[in-house]
Design a protein around this ligand. Structure first.
Ligand code: AMP
Ligand code: TRP
Length: 339
């Protein structure tokens, strides 16, 4: 079985409120990797239901993420876009890897602790197992590279540990080096976009305040207004990145500007040092509207007029994903000793 050297896998949960953090931390890199890598982009609906999802909204949100991938520039003909529940290999491999991963490893996962909150007894078993399913997503394709935002770093480390232990456990039965150790790609100036209302909190789909995030449903006016209202401080912009320390809101907006303009934060500050936010924010708003609105409009167009096309992309992508994953999972079963 050939081991690809440049296979990218990543996923986004269809949980609604797709936002600027998802775009700058992940989706825009999905687009950029297409020229050099073989890419597989998943809408991870199995992950979504680790917390309750209304079935009608889950379906709509699955199409929303699909449309966002395509509107951002992922080519579903050259590469693969599909939803996770359509390819049985994910759930099947997850079970086997559940038996490889150790409880102690999962107990260290900070995202579980955050999402489960105080009442951990009431969290779903799936939420606890979430990182093992994520490892299965990646390893079912023997993927080599995984573009994600900063918050997924720990999960990627777990995926590497699972791959390592599996290879080791089955080494003498022919499993040595079977899974490549997937490399995280955490890229660019905005690997962790923060809330526009509180620069110390991550921009997130579940924040109750819609003003905390720029979403893919925002009109150009809404984008500009959210940026104008973003939390900052009274000081002008500093000369260097060091001067942003302790100024979370300011740091966040400079990072967003840098990511959208393809510059480093230092380059942005070289242009804007000494400027007040009353000057910087309108410039950022113009840039954001310029870069994001056409993509968002195209996404809305597909969602409203081209649902059949989106469903076709997912069905076609799933069929192509199965062709890759099925033989890999079949080989895993052989290694484990299933007959
Ligand atoms: P999720 O919405 O949790 O499925 O995340 C999808 C992708 O977006 C993952 O690669 C995340 O790491 C990334 N992501 C989510 N929130 C942010 C954020 N605030 N800043 C940067 N990347 C993010
Ligand atoms: N856990 C990721 C997130 O919430 C989504 C995800 C699921 C993923 N499976 C993946 C990302 C595999 C990369 C690779 O952001």
């Amino acid at each position: 079985m050939d081991q690809p050297r440049n296979r990218v896998f990543s996923g986004v949960q269809p949980t609604g409120n797709l936002h600027l953090g998802n775009y700058l931390g992940a989706i825009r890199h999905f687009v950029a990797l297409q020229d050099t890598h073989e890419c597989i982009y998943c809408v991870v609906d199995l992950h979504a239901i680790t917390v309750w999802q209304d079935p009608k909204e889950l379906a709509a949100n699955t199409r929303e993420v699909t449309a966002a991938y395509i509107a951002a520039g992922v080519d579903p003909k050259k590469h693969i876009i599909f939803n996770q529940s359509k390819v049985a290999a994910h759930a099947e491999l997850a079970w086997i890897l559940d038996c490889t991963a150790r409880i102690g490893w999962l107990n260290r996962m900070t995202q579980f602790k955050e999402k489960a909150g105080k009442d951990r007894e009431q969290a779903s078993v799936g939420l606890y197992n979430y990182p093992v399913l994520m490892a299965a997503d990646i390893l079912a394709y023997r993927s080599t590279h995984v573009p994600v935002g900063e918050d997924q770093k720990q999960h990627l480390e777990l995926a590497r540990d699972v791959a390592k232990k599996f290879n080791n456990d089955y080494a003498e039965f022919g499993g040595q080096d079977f899974f490549p150790l997937p490399e995280p790609l955490i890229l660019g100036a905005a690997t962790r976009v923060m809330s526009l209302r509180d620069g110390t909190k991550k921009m997130s789909k579940s924040d109750p305040s819609d003003n905390s995030r720029i979403t893919f449903n925002d009109s150009p006016e809404a984008i500009a207004q959210k940026i104008r209202k973003a939390q900052t401080d009274p000081d002008p912009l500093p000369e260097t990145v060091e001067g942003l320390e302790g100024r979370a809101g300011a740091d966040n907006l400079v990072g967003i500007y840098a990511a959208l303009s393809g510059q480093t934060k230092d380059e942005v500050l070289a242009e804007f040092r000494g400027a007040q936010f009353s000057v910087f924010k309108p410039r950022l708003a113009d840039l954001a509207v310029d870069k994001l609105s056409p993509m968002m409009a195209e996404m809305q167009r597909m969602l409203h007029n081209d649902q059949g096309y989106l469903d076709q992309v997912l069905a076609d992508g799933a069929a192509r994903a199965r062709v890759i994953a099925d033989p890999i999972v079949a080989r895993v079963k052989e290694l484990v000793g299933f007959i």
